[in-house]
Structure formats: C-alpha cells, structure tokens
Design a protein around this ligand. Sequence first.
Ligand code: UDP
Length: 240
Amino acid sequence: MPKRLRYRRVLLKISGEAFGGKAHVGIDPEVVASIAAQAVRLHKLGVELAIVIGGGNIVRGSAFSARGMNRPTADHMGMLATVINGLALQDAVERLGVDSRVLTAIHMEDVAEPYIRRRAIRHLEKGRVVILAGGTGRPYFTTDTTAALRAMELSAEILLKATQVDGIYTDDPKKNPKARRFGRITYMEVLRRRLKVMDSTAISLCMEHALPILVFDLARKGNLEQAVRGRRIGTLVEPG
Ligand code: UDP
C-alpha cells in the first residue's frame, strides 16, 4: 500500500447539490473542475476511487411527486439527472489527464457503460476513476443508499460522504450556535437521534455490514486527502 494511506479503496458520495455551487442548482463547471482536481489528487496518491453521484441539483423525485407526479416516473427523472452529473464529472477528470469511466445502473450504452460489478472492480484495479450513475436503477431509493450498496459490492473500506458542513452536529449548526460536532458516533445513535446525515436505509445497510462512514466537508481544500490518510476530520460513523 502507498505510504501513509489509511484507505486504499474508497467510495465517495457527492450530492448533486455540490455541483450547483452556491445556487445548489444546475451545474457550475468551475465547481465540478475543483471536485475533479480533488479526485485526481487521490488517484495520484494511489487510491482506488469510486464515486456515486447524486442528482438533486437537477431533479429530486420526492419533490416532483409531492407536486402530483407519479413517483416512479419522478424517480426515473432523478436517476437520469445523476447520469448528466456523472458525464460532467468524467469530462472534468479526463481533462486533468486521468482515465475515468461512467457506469450506469440504467442502461444507455451510447453514453456510458452498464454497471457490472466485476467490471467496476477491474476499472478500479486499472487505476480509472469510476463514476457510478443512475442510482440503484430502482425508484424509491436514494443515491446515499446506492453509495452504501456499491461500497459493499466493490469492497470499499470506507464510505466518504461529502456534505456542505464539516461533520454531524447535535443540531443544525447554521441555525443553532450551540450545536456541537461529533468526532465519532455509532450508527445506532445516528438513527436514534434522527440525525439528518443519510437516509435510514443507507445507515442501516452500513450498520449491518460494519462499513464505516466519514461525513466531511468536500469544499474545504485538502479534506479528501486528509480523509484517506485517516486524519481526524469530520465525523466518523462506526460500530459502537
Ligand atoms: N433515485 C432513485 N433511485 C436511486 C437513486 C436515486 O429513484 O437508487 C432518484 C430519486 O428521485 C432521487 C434522485 O434520483 O431524488 C436524485 O438522487 P438523490 O436525491 O439521492 O441525489 P442527491 O441528494 O445526492 O443530490
């Protein structure tokens, strides 16, 4: 293993909102370029990197369904949105000279490869940045749950959950100045306190298989590298 790396194969979950920059909607190419630069830095360190990308900057199925749209249809739109984001990220990574593949759970061979577990692993072994789009391919799920599922399928050592805040707090730190950040917390505690980190399906899946989750702020420069080096940033969710 390359020196001073705590994790060699990681699954990074990036929400679609991160691509929208300050507006949280649409795609800001400069923001995507800076996320790609962090991904490439990890790749250069020798980390095998798989990225699950969300679609909330374009379509969130639950929001459309709340306004009357058929839920599976709205969710299909949301999953297609993740493919748009995936292609944007692939382009940004490849412009930095690193090979990348988009694999989708919804098959569309003209734009991306189908998600096949063994093929994804092969790409990782060959040093390609693997971008997993299309969620699970099924409605009623989220890309957080996808991230937990793919992390397990690909034998990632940790799920790195990128957020806009630097970890999990007792309360919303933007609203409550007394909110305190957890350094470590158990899955059970996250579920019991109903902390809005990831949906409960995703947390339960990680708990069942003892997959650690690191919740951290991707926008803070160097944080991703700190994460794979095992430095104490953000909040680590783990067994008790
Ligand atoms: N989605 C889905 N099944 C999945 C993953 C995602 O139906 O397995 C849909 C769902 O409508 C969701 C949208 O895709 O709202 C975008 O994903 P998500 O909301 O998880 O994106 P993020 O919040 O990470 O940007």
